[in-house]
Design a protein. Structure first.
Length: 495
């Protein structure tokens, strides 16, 4: 008797299970009905919000810097697919100067098949449902923070550089049938497979049963990269073409928004050249400037991963050419900003131990050792793991003959944990982002906060500096002397 009852219970459970886990088509249909999205082929919405600069935070442990977006508008044509977004921006410069007004413009055309752009269409609640309906979505149930969801997954028809399709995962609230969140992943040179999660909440009623979220927040690496408070939205606007078509470019400029610039052609090959600054000391030029310092049995490279993987690889190759038969053992990061670290996969693949301020160590250990399947880079191909060492105020490299001192820069608003490299015997100081050296024919300009910070740190550390080498060109094409910097501080407008 007990066996029969148990068997009956098992059968009942198996029969009831499909009712709990709805198939994807049912989930999509219910969500579309609840959102008033049946028959919606385009949307336009309006409000205010903010963009955040990924990779440019002042502290590696903190949020991305915010740029306010006023009069924010986005229009999407799902059939094209195409999108246009505009806003008025106000950015707070890090040096404390007055905020400057600017403009945000994003145009996504059918010809632009980069997922980093197209995802902005397909992670919207309406785009997600349309993509799910067209791309063989699957559904499962999951409880997140005590709330039950239908989790719908589909693969975009766009493939990543590694050949895999981009995955899109949406969380449909089982109680309201509204889309609460959509996740996808995109390749990033520092983070590898970077998760992009977009949250939707506080849904409001529009015209004709159309619903829209009044609060949108997109997060990458755990911090917001976009948020908006939507005041109004309209489905299938009658003036769609006027809303989605950008104005023509100013006369004399080739190409159009979202298209290729005039002239076309392949980008020039990435090359690097070495300039000897002293015996065993070279400035590696071609893009951002790196400083290579030779020791008895190895090399230390200041700024090992600037700009991108191609630039960093070219710099490394040039270092090995001018200082042959010695490994680049250490690479010292000036700071964590992504324009200075997006080439680090090349350094990791070379087996270079990265040295950064302790504040950045855990950040780079986690980011550089994360999965990199969407766009397999030099790290993925080499099979190596990033080795990152932290330092604080000072670290000294020496072989008994040559000494290289690495110092933390104090008091700069631009970035915490900024490092500069000093060669006491050669009286050379290499630095990044405090100020850019002037071009040979540049007119004198007033000193900035970075000039003041540079001089203050040189005095604080009692460094005897002659030549300044900036990571940013034109130095060393036009070597800047410390005496010039001090003269400019005494006589503003002359440095």
């Amino acid at each position: 008797m007990t066996r029969h009852v148990l068997a009956a219970l098992i059968c009942t459970a198996l029969i009831a299970q499909p009712a709990l886990a709805q198939d994807a088509k049912t989930v999509i249909a219910n969500a579309s009905k609840a959102m008033g999205a049946d028959g919606v082929t385009s949307v336009t919405y309006y409000g205010s919000g903010a963009n955040y600069n990924l990779g440019q935070n002042n502290n590696a442990q903190g949020p991305w810097p915010r740029v306010n977006l006023n009069d924010y508008r986005r229009t999407i044509d799902f059939n094209a697919p195409a999108s246009r977004a505009t806003a008025v921006t106000w950015a707070a410069p890090p040096q404390g100067t007055p905020a400057a007004q600017g403009a945000f413009n994003q145009v996504i055309t059918p010809q632009n098949q980069q997922w980093a752009q197209q995802l902005e269409i397909w992670v919207t609640p309406w785009g997600f449902l349309k993509g799910a309906a067209a791309n063989n979505a699957t559904s499962r149930t999951q409880t997140v923070n005590g709330r039950r969801y239908h989790v719908v997954t589909w693969n975009a028809p766009i493939t990543s550089p590694g050949g895999q399709p981009y995955r899109v995962v949406g969380y449909v609230n089982a109680q309201t049938n509204l889309v609460d969140r959509v996740d996808t992943w995109v390749e990033n040179p520092v983070f590898g497979d970077l998760q992009v999660e977009t949250h939707y909440s506080h849904w409001r009623d529009g015209l004709n049963g159309f619903k829209f979220p009044s609060d949108i927040q997109q997060r990458r690496a755990g911090w917001p990269t976009f948020d908006a408070q939507i005041l109004s939205a309209e489905a299938n606007p009658p003036n769609l073409q006027a809303l989605i078509t950008p104005p023509p470019p100013p006369a004399g400029r080739g190409g159009g928004p979202g298209g290729a610039p005039g002239g076309g052609g392949q980008p020039p090959a990435v090359t690097a050249t070495a300039e000897k600054l002293a015996e065993g000391v070279y400035a590696i030029k071609g893009g951002y400037v790196a400083l290579a310092v030779e020791f008895n049995d190895h090399i230390v490279l200041f700024e090992p991963g600037p700009q991108n993987e191609a630039r960093a690889a070219a710099n490394i190759a040039e270092v090995k050419r001018v200082i042959p038969n010695k490994p680049i053992r250490y690479g010292v990061l000036s700071h964590h900003h992504f324009d200075h670290t997006s080439g680090l996969p090349a350094a990791v693949a070379e087996g270079i131990t990265l040295v950064t301020h302790e504040n950045n160590r855990l950040f780079f250990e986690r980011a550089l050792n994360s999965p990199r399947t969407l766009a397999p880079d030099a790290i993925a191909k080499s099979g190596r793991k990033a080795v990152v060492e932290g330092m604080r105020d000072r670290r000294v490299f020496t072989d008994g003959t040559r000494t290289l001192e690495i110092h933390e820069v104090k008091g700069l608003p631009h970035a915490d944990g900024l490092l500069m490299a000093y060669l006491p015997k050669e009286r050379i100081l290499a630095y990044a982002d405090m100020f850019n050296a002037p071009a040979p024919d540049a007119k004198p300009a007033p000193p900035t906060a970075g000039h003041v910070v540079m001089a203050a740190n040189v005095d604080r550390l009692k460094l005897d500096v002659d030549t300044l080498v900036s990571v940013h060109a034109p130095v060393p094409d036009r070597p800047l002397r410390m005496t010039e910097l001090r003269a400019g501080l005494k006589n503003p407008g002359t440095n």
